[in-house]
Design a protein. Structure first.
Length: 278
């Protein structure tokens, strides 16, 4: 829904998008492009959280002489930014394949856009592997990393307003005297952080989606700035808030589950290490 709303045509609002997708593509339409992100989400999340945590420990060692020192706001900000930069290297190809698969059923009219003459029929891609291979063969490495600048502008500040609110909110709702937050506090803090992050990142997420969708049947945008200018000139400022509701609503449960899984996994591993190495 997010991709269709942000980069598609003919969807007035979220409900209309739901009904249109269901009417034209049945329930299967809501799961297009899911396999590739599903196969890589574990690696992606482990890298992001690992980079964030290790960067914080490194900064603690360099600045305070103790990697276990509680990180300052500056430390968390820098660690979040580093995690955002690293995440783009993994996330850009995955997002590109997902969006191309989701958007290849999007109708384009010849009156509005100039179709690519090299596209051999419809649909263009048979699946995620074929999609990735086709993009690599026709567009090279640059094509695989299409939308990288937009993703950097989304994810670097996005992770800053993801990890920092989580830490602050988690600390705020944890009762005084508790060694660590309880699972509910972690779940709630993670959900709030995810909703805030996705809501604030929606404008650049729109640009990223449009850049990556551009290329299935047409090449409309020359780059990030051109996409921003064209989108604004044609549809006004409101275009950058497309998918805001979907992003915010999905951001809460997905982030709540991610943070809860991360924290519980850390506790389990620490307990196992203590038991095996008393």
């Amino acid at each position: 829904l997010q991709t269709r709303l942000q980069a598609g045509q003919g969807y007035g609002n979220t409900l209309q998008c739901v009904l249109t997708v269901y009417r034209n593509e049945s329930v299967a339409g809501f799961f297009k492009g899911m396999s590739f992100p599903l196969a890589t989400i574990g690696i992606y999340s482990s890298v992001v959280f690992g980079v964030f945590s290790n960067t914080q420990r490194l900064l603690g060692q360099l600045r305070h002489g103790d990697p276990a020192t509680a990180p300052s706001l500056a430390d968390m900000t820098l660690a979040s930014a580093v995690a955002g930069v690293i995440s783009v290297g993994i996330g850009t190809p995955v997002e590109l394949v997902k969006i191309r698969l989701q958007m290849q059923t999007q109708p384009y009219t010849k009156a509005n856009v100039k179709l690519k003459t090299t596209v051999p029929g419809f649909p263009v891609y048979r699946g995620p592997i074929h999609c990735f291979r086709t993009i690599l063969q026709k567009e090279g490495i640059a094509g695989v990393y299409r939308g990288t600048v937009a993703m950097l502008l989304r994810d670097v500040p996005g992770y800053c307003v993801y990890f920092i609110p989580y830490a602050m909110f988690c600390d705020w709702i944890t009762p005084d005297g508790s060694i660590s937050p309880n699972p509910f506090s972690i779940w709630l803090a993670g959900g709030v952080a995810g909703a805030i992050s996705w809501a604030l990142c929606t404008p650049m997420d729109v640009v990223k989606s449009r850049l990556q969708a551009d290329g299935v049947y047409l090449n409309q945008y020359k780059g990030t700035l051109d996409c921003i200018l064209q989108s604004y000139q044609k549809e006004g400022l409101k275009v950058f808030f497309r998918g805001l509701t979907v992003n915010t609503v999905r951001g809460f449960p997905s982030s709540a589950a991610t943070f809860l899984g991360y924290e519980l996994s850390l506790k389990a591993m620490k307990r196992w290490r203590t038991e095996t190495n008393p």
